[in-house]
Design a protein around this ligand. Structure first.
Ligand code: 5AD
Ligand code: SF4
Length: 441
């Protein structure tokens, strides 16, 4: 018997990449690979990459440079690049870094076994097609390995929105939804393996329109209601949503579906209508605020999260101020903010750019405001009751870590709760990045 080969996977970027990395590792498991956390021990290193901002892509090339000596020490080592940089740059990656043996785009992961076979013959392998077949159907799954209580499940991929700054429509392709029965089968399998919380993933997840059992298109809300019927599944979340696809039935589900958690990531990007128009967002600051009013009417305690870009081409101080005003009006529990990054091939790349120092300064002001809001919301949680899904032991004896319904990281002191339990707690203190709590049974 030969020893199993070792696979080291490093994931960059979004949660969809985390999910894809798990699926790739499972598929290569079928080819005799087991995962390792130590790159130096690996027979294959796979970087699952992100192309959303320039820095993210550059990080990949630096990492490849660092890996090169490993390949010189072990000529049998195979190095692969997957994800959105692979899709966007294709062959160019092998030209720029000849240590790379394999380049695979996000839609071709099911072809990894054949690609790996080519590598064993000493060849290189490149696949950045957008094949017709559903990659997830063809990805093999290891039998019934136990899973952590919280899992991702990709239900939708790609985007047809073409925001003027964004590479996703080019790297992940046109929007597609997986059929509902496949998603439900996968969810049941996850629950059998110990999962209690599923986060449905998609670049534009609320545009989900997969085929139902009778072939008719189903909405994300309909999918959520079907998942709601799975015994043992306790929590449902979804991300990332576009304001224009927040349909009435989805808003209604936030009010009435008990398993759907009170948390919504709804990026707005800017609070200036002038900039939103230039971004091709097809919503206004006002329509976004009205939408949030309707969501909060359905679920008053919902915690809102968002994405912001500062320094988008032609953004003036007045435009930026409008973004701060919108943030003041919404009160975000979380937010992710980025300095605009020029992406070649996107419409905004050709436009007059904002001075980088001005953009830096705006980003700092925006982040200071968000931090204040976030901390206020965390402080307001003190004394309140919530439920925590226990995920792992904490640093101190008897301490357990988990997530509240609102996705706050919570540590429960003096608890005998087990991983996977959902325990009622009272919040006792707000720390910088987490909340402290005691059990309240
Ligand atoms: N520059 C900066 N931020 C970007 N995002 C997407 N493209 C860019 C870009 N070119 C941000 C958006 C999006 C998040 C995933 O990344 O805010 O919602
Ligand atoms: Fe990119 Fe999201 Fe806009 Fe689609 S909706 S183009 S994924 S920012």
């Amino acid at each position: 018997m030969t020893a199993p080969k070792k696979l080291f996977v490093k994931t960059y970027g979004c949660q969809m990449n985390v999910y894809d990395s798990e699926r790739m590792a499972e598929t290569l498991g079928g080819q005799g690979y087991v995962q390792t956390d130590v790159a130096e021990d690996a027979d294959m290193i796979l970087l699952n990459t992100c192309h959303i901002r320039e820095k993210a892509a550059e990080k990949v090339y630096s990492e490849l440079g660092r890996l090169k000596p490993l390949k010189m020490a072990n000529p049998d080592l195979k190095i692969g690049v997957a994800g959105c940089v692979a899709q966007a740059e294709g062959e160019e990656i092998m030209r720029r870094q000849p240590a790379v043996d394999l380049v695979v785009g996000p839609q071709s992961y099911h072809r990894l076994p054949q690609m790996e076979a080519r590598l064993r013959q000493g060849k290189t392998a490149l696949d950045t097609d957008f094949p017709e077949e559903d990659k997830f159907d063809r990805l093999q799954s290891r039998p019934k390995a136990k899973r952590a209580p919280s899992a991702f499940l990709t239900v939708q991929e790609g985007c047809d929105k073409f925001c003027a700054f964004c590479v996703v429509p080019y790297t992940r392709g046109a929007e597609t939804s997986r059929p509902m029965t496949r998603i439900l089968d996968e969810a049941r399998d996850l629950v059998e393996r110990g999962v209690r919380e599923i986060t449905l993933l998609g670049q534009n997840v609320n545009a989900y329109h997969g085929a139902g059992p009778d072939g008719a298109e189903q909405s994300l809300a309909q999918l959520i209601w079907a998942l709601n019927d799975i015994d043992g599944l306790a929590r449902i979340r979804f991300t990332t949503s576009h304001p224009n696809d927040m349909s009435d039935d989805l808003i209604e589900a936030h009010g009435s579906c008990k398993k759907l958690m009170p948390y919504l990531h709804l990026p707005v990007q800017s609070g200036s209508d002038r900039i939103l128009k230039r971004m091709n967002r097809s919503h206004t600051a006002e329509s976004y605020l009205r939408l949030i009013e309707r969501i909060r009417a359905a679920r008053p305690d919902i915690l809102m999260s968002g994405d912001f870009i500062v320094g988008f081409p032609e953004e003036t101080e007045a435009d930026f101020q409008a973004t701060l005003d919108l943030i003041e009006a919404v009160k975000y529990g979380y937010a992710y903010s980025f300095k605009y990054s020029t992406r070649p091939g996107t419409p905004a790349a050709e436009r007059p750019q904002v001075d980088p120092d001005v953009a830096d300064e705006r980003l700092q002001r925006l982040q200071a405001l968000i931090t204040r809001q976030q901390q206020q919301i965390q402080t307001d949680m003190v004394g309140r009751s919530t439920k925590v899904l226990v995920e792992k032991p904490g640093r101190d004896p008897g301490q357990m870590l988990g997530k509240s319904e609102y996705l706050h990281a919570v540590h429960i002191d003096g608890s005998d709760a087990a991983i996977g339990d959902i325990v009622p707690v009272r919040i006792t203190a707000a720390k910088r990045n987490s909340l402290a709590a005691v059990r309240q049974d």
